[in-house]
Ligand binder design. Sequence first.
Ligand SMILES: C[S@@+](CC[C@H](N)C(=O)[O-])C[C@H]1O[C@@H](n2cnc3c(N)ncnc32)[C@H](O)[C@@H]1O
Length: 210
Amino acid sequence: VRRFVIVGQKATAHPDFSLDDLPATSGRLDVLLRCVQTALLVSHGLRRDAMVYLVLLGGPSAPRTIRIDGRSAEYVRPDERSIAGLARKLLAAAIDEPGFVLLAHGMSVARGGLDAVLADLAQMGAFTPYVLEEGAADLREASLDLGNPVFFLGDHLGFDPSTRARLAEIGATPLGVGPVSVHADDVVAIVWNELDRRDAANERPSYRPD
Ligand SMILES: C[S@@+](CC[C@H](N)C(=O)[O-])C[C@H]1O[C@@H](n2cnc3c(N)ncnc32)[C@H](O)[C@@H]1O
């Protein structure tokens, strides 16, 4: 399973945002929702071997993390408004238990941020962490774990110092995707493109269209 973790420094963990003006009312949750689309959707299908975590560090209910598992996800559509509507429903749920609570097909929410993600990843077995950073060694030249990689990305503000320190602590390998700082969802697309190419070279289909 290929996992993407997007850390939203200001993205709201509270459902009180407007679907009509997402960027101005949600701490730029729209940036993270576009990453969901890029991480999970292909033309006419959903990548079943993908999982995405949105770490929401903004707003009165923070921190919370939304997890969407491509293996069982449904109703992920390629329009931002519908994904925002899903996120709003997920964030409105009361979460009393520790860890990720399954609320809909493939969609879970945890109280907690990066530490909740790291605990969840550890429970799922071995994984290889990578941190996407401008100026880091090129993804194209890197040797990659194609089985269980986890790619950590920042939002429009990049990473805060404590997230960067925690990622260094777990030994995340820095990777770059070229000389220009691009939007987080474009980074996800570039990473997937590299994985798709390596899968094709290995004659391994990277997703099962449905
Ligand atoms: C829009 S960028 C962040 C820009 C922010 N102003 C900053 O200075 O960090 C969002 C995220 O995408 C990733 N990213 C953007 N361009 C990248 C590149 N060329 N190589 C690797 N990661 C990149 C990083 O994880 C970054 O935190």
